[in-house]
Design a protein around this ligand. Structure first.
Ligand code: MTE
Ligand code: MO
Length: 588
């Protein structure tokens, strides 16, 4: 919200006179501008990651002996193969580089060297914040719902039985040197890092792709003949037999190297971008069958596999750079020279130290300046959010898509007021609607039930990473707007909950009017044909399908129409925005 916006508001903003504040507004407590560990979700470790095959879970640590045995067996086989005359002829015919490959000049142009360094720098923060996001829901699935027990990968124990276990309870701690910011349930801040640096990484990528094709440098990393495959096999055998040539690798990449670069640049990177975007509620809920096939959990799993490709590539790439003539290789990629000077090292070492310093500083900086990270993030990601908002989330699903399980989330109501309502089956419940409206009103549950009702089967997207489908029934928000008639100055609807948020103070969230007018925005009374359970927001909760779950306030007690939300709480537009640094508009 810009300053000038706020000034023009003051004439109509009733909040400008705090003495007549509504009692509900008084119950809002502003958040801290720092991430205060004393007031935060306490740490909780995960477990060593497990992978499920059929019905059994296996520790990923099994990969270590398996890789070791495969490597030893592979080396022995490769060495035996190289004794065979036919294999020797094969290697002679396919030495590792197709004959037709053009040799480019040996030096790497400056733009490529800069692009390569920036890529390295950005990847550090992308990978760290990505792991942090994953730790907020440490389970992966291949289907749209996130039913515990149906994961294929997890680093959290099985969901405890006999108690409420929210998805927030499920999040785990990642150490601060690895995760960014390395605090349990810091998904809000991790996402600002992830999306902001992704934007820079994408811009860098667009520049590098363009220049690659403009200058002809693409020929280094794009295979142009089928002969790369036999040559790649030949190189694999040569590498595995531990007897391989190490010279001139930069003039013409060998086929295996070329394929690895090609996959990284032209397969893994676009796949990551695509599967990242498909996790957005606005996009996914707009794209119909496409959003069903590439549903959020599938996209998340593929996104994760792409991470493993990147980690594998980085490991092999860095190892080979250092064992196949480190000085030459560093000269080429860091200094752009082809001689036996130390210029490559002279550029490389300070830049790696700089990367290390930024790596070390990022977590403490984020914890200390959490509000600033939130603001910079919202600025950086603004254009992508604006673009995502243009996707009209109108896809509905069918009965058979309804998930067997929907994670409960949030801080449950814990007050005498709520208990008193509950014992009487919410007979005393009144939904209060007030603020900048022509006809403020109070509605009982019976009155709400006698209004027009709308059914919708939609996917819920939680910021933590899980999703699930349910059938929701309730009063369309458009009907409420017709009843209460918002004044032209009303720009936002504030939803107040009967429950507090995790850090004390009433849970609330603000929506702009467009969200309220959307055909799939309803005040839900029923979930899957039964009245809402307390866990899922009884007696009334919001559904708004282009936003993440935290914007759908449960246990609604009142809706206030306002011109501005800058004076509510910390002014960020909602409880989790104030306290956990989420974004006010979150269509991605
Ligand atoms: N009052 C209130 N509403 C809330 C929350 C909360 O903590 N308090 N959590 C939100 C979050 S983060 C999510 S994902 C959804 C979860 O809804 P469900 O429990 O029905 O799945 O509720 C949202 N509504
Ligand atoms: Mo959530």
């Amino acid at each position: 919200m810009s300053k000038s916006d706020q000034n023009t508001n003051s004439a109509v903003n009733k909040h400008s006179t705090p003495s007549i504040r509504d009692p509900l507004e008084e119950k809002i407590i502003p958040g801290n501008d720092q991430l205060r560990l004393s007031d935060w979700t306490p740490p909780q470790n995960g477990i060593i990651p497990l992978i499920r095959f059929n019905k059994k879970w296996y520790s990923v640590l099994w990969a270590l002996p398996i890789i070791f045995v495969l490597l030893v067996a592979g080396i022995a086989t490769a060495q035996w193969l190289r004794e065979l005359p036919s294999v020797q002829i094969f290697i002679q015919n396919y030495p590792g580089v197709p004959v037709s490959t053009v040799a480019l000049e040996t030096e790497f142009p400056l733009w490529m060297r800069i692009g390569h360094f920036l890529n390295l720098l950005f990847m550090v923060f992308i990978i760290r914040s990505g792991i942090q996001i994953l730790a907020d829901h440490p389970r992966l699935y291949w289907h749209r719902d996130s039913t515990p027990g149906t994961e294929w990968f997890r680093f959290q124990k099985t969901v405890p039985k006999g108690r409420v276990w929210t998805s927030k309870d499920d999040s785990v701690t990642i150490p601060g040197w690895l995760g960014l910011p390395g605090v349990r349930h810091s998904v809000g801040l991790a996402r600002w890092w992830h999306f902001s640096v992704n934007t820079l990484w994408l811009l860098n990528g667009i520049v590098v792709y363009s220049l690659l094709f403009y200058t002809g440098q693409w020929q280094r990393i794009v295979p142009t003949t089928w002969e790369v495959f036999p040559n790649a096999v030949s190189i694999a055998v040569q590498y595995l037999s531990l007897d391989f040539p190490t010279d001139k690798s930069w003039t013409k990449y060998n086929s295996l190297q070329q394929l690895a670069y090609f996959i990284t640049v032209f397969v893994a990177a676009p796949t990551s971008v695509f599967t990242g975007l498909m996790q957005s509620p606005a996009l996914s809920n707009h794209l119909g069958w496409f959003g069903r096939v590439f549903n959020r959990q599938r996209a998340r799993s593929i996104h994760f596999l792409a991470l493993w490709w990147f980690l594998f590539f980085i490991l092999v790439h860095v190892t080979l750079v250092f064992i196949t003539g480190a000085r030459d290789n560093l000269n080429m990629m860091w200094a752009g020279v082809n001689d036996d000077s130390w210029s490559g090292f002279i550029v490389f070492v300070p830049l790696i130290i700089l990367t290390g310093i930024l790596w070390a500083a990022a977590t403490p900086f984020t914890i200390r300046h959490a509000r600033l990270v939130q603001k910079i993030g919202a600025f950086m990601v603004g254009p992508i959010k604006g673009w995502a908002e243009r996707f009209d989330p109108k896809s509905e699903l069918t009965e058979k898509d309804i998930s067997p399980f929907l994670w409960p989330n949030g801080t449950m109501p814990d007050s005498k007021e709520f208990d008193d309502l509950l014992v009487n089956d919410f007979a005393g419940y009144r939904l209060r609607i007030y603020g900048l409206v022509e006809r403020p009103g109070e509605y009982s549950l019976d009155e709400l039930r006698s209004m027009p009702q709308q059914d919708q089967i939609t996917t819920h997207f939680c910021i933590q990473g899980w999703s699930g489908v349910a059938k929701w029934t309730g009063v369309p928000m458009r009907h409420i707007l017709d009843l209460i008639r918002p004044m032209p100055e009303a720009r936002y609807a504030v939803f107040y909950s009967l429950a507090e948020g995790a850090h004390g103070g009433v849970y609330y969230d603000c929506h702009k009017m467009e969200n309220m007018k959307h055909e799939l925005t309803i005040l839900a009374l029923d979930m899957n044909e039964d009245p809402l359970s307390v866990l899922h927001g009884a007696p009334l909760r919001l559904r708004c399908e282009n936003e993440l779950g935290f914007k759908m306030v449960k246990w609604i007690t009142a809706i206030e129409f306002v011109h501005d939300f800058a004076d509510l709480g910390s002014g960020q537009g909602g409880y989790n925005e104030d306290h956990e640094f989420y974004g006010y508009k979150m269509p991605i």
